[in-house]
Design a protein around this ligand. Structure first.
Ligand code: GLU
Length: 372
């Protein structure tokens, strides 16, 4: 009996396991049934120890592509059509595999938008808790059919980290086709070293991501590191491990995978939520004075805004940049058109410019989270 991860997990705690398409589906785009059954056996070992398991499973697009007999999918609509076909097979396969060991499964399809509305986020969270209390294994995927390009998670790494955060999981395991993060591309460099224990994601670690990227296709490791940042700030251990072989959960240990161990300064749950929301909607470029104030946790005022980008509305989370570098995220009090009118102006002038004033601050300090 191996299962080193079980030694790391507490009873009644939750572990989220993310399965990449490339380990669930073979090169002919058929679902690997035996592999799935072996993973389900591993899941059973966890549930026997009263550990709750949530699965984030990719594979809908790949399976749909096969069903359509297509080699390539050229645009988003084709991918959405494929996902809509493949998701049925994906859910059924999980249901069949889990029912063989007496476990019930459920399907949850989420969009980034769902998780950005606080009300929907709390709803999704409560549903997952209800399912876990019933002993069900929720199988989650992005709702690819309704996600538009700009707001798509696009990969399930970030989605699984947001889920793990929402349900206060103790651990997130990303099963992938690589062992973890290496210092350089291991396929090109024999001396490349697997990083097994990461306690902080700094410039050095980000440098390794760039160097090793080519071996992982379209920025896969980058998305995983973004997921790791969110986990570390939320007190969740994250592991990137090789899931290609059967019973991969059984064999994960401290030597053969990359473990991200959380920092001490954990953000509040509300701040974690703000931090994890999509910020592609808009950007505020601020001046030096505002950057200093924001870095000291003061509210952001209109006077410090130099330039705005994007069409955002009151209540959206947007990115705050100083010298083109993102330094914070926050919930904005004004629509983009109003922001255009009041940027660079004193708060005392907002009413005369707009004819109304919502708040003195553009972003209140309680709704502002610094990027470390
Ligand atoms: N949601 C996509 C699918 O099920 C996968 C996204 C990803 O590869 O992370 O096909």
């Amino acid at each position: 009996m191996n299962y080193e991860i079980i030694k790391e997990l507490k009873t009644s705690k939750i572990v989220v396991i993310k399965i990449g398409s490339n380990i669930l589906v073979d090169k002919d785009q058929d679902l690997k049934k035996d592999w799935l059954q072996s993973l389900v056996k591993d899941i059973q070992k966890l549930t026997e120890k009263k550990i709750k398991v949530v699965v984030v499973s990719s594979g809908a697009i790949a399976l749909g592509k096969k069903a359509l007999g297509k080699k390539n999918l050229n645009n988003l609509h084709d991918k959405q059509a494929a996902a809509s076909i493949g998701q049925i097979q994906l859910s059924q396969s999980w249901q069949t595999a889990l029912s063989k060991i007496g476990l019930q499964s459920s399907q949850i399809l989420l969009t980034a938008e769902d998780l950005e509305s606080r009300r929907k986020y709390l709803n999704a969270r409560n549903t997952i808790f209800a399912l876990l209390d019933l002993g069900v294994v929720p199988i989650i995927n992005e709702n690819d059919t309704t996600s538009t390009e700009e707001i798509r998670f696009g990969d399930n790494d970030k989605l699984s980290a947001v889920i793990a955060n929402a349900i206060s999981a103790e651990m997130l395991i990303l099963l992938s086709d690589v062992n973890g993060l290496y210092t350089t591309d291991p396929k090109k460099n024999k001396n490349s070293k697997l990083l097994t224990n990461i306690t902080v994601i700094n410039k050095t670690i980000e440098g390794y991501v760039n160097k090793s990227k080519s071996s992982f296709g379209s920025g896969g490791m980058l998305a995983k590191i973004e997921a790791a940042k969110l986990c570390m700030q939320s007190d969740i251990k994250m592991i990137i491990a090789n899931g290609l072989e059967k019973n991969s959960l059984k064999y994960i240990n401290s030597e053969n995978a990359t473990w991200f161990i959380p920092q001490k300064n954990i953000r509040s749950r509300r701040h974690q939520w703000i931090w994890s929301r999509s910020t592609k909607i808009g950007v505020l470029h601020i001046d030096e004075g505002a950057a200093k104030a924001v870095s000291k946790n003061s509210s952001l005022l209109a006077i410090g805004i130099k330039k705005i980008e994007g069409k955002f509305f009151r209540g959206d989370t947007i990115s705050i940049k100083y010298n083109s570098k993102e330094m914070a995220r926050g919930i904005i009090n004004y629509d983009f058109e109003d922001m255009e009118a009041i940027k660079g102006k004193k708060s005392s002038n907002i009413k005369s410019i707009l004819g109304f004033i919502r708040e003195d601050e553009v972003i209140h300090k309680d709704n502002l989270v610094l990027i470390s």
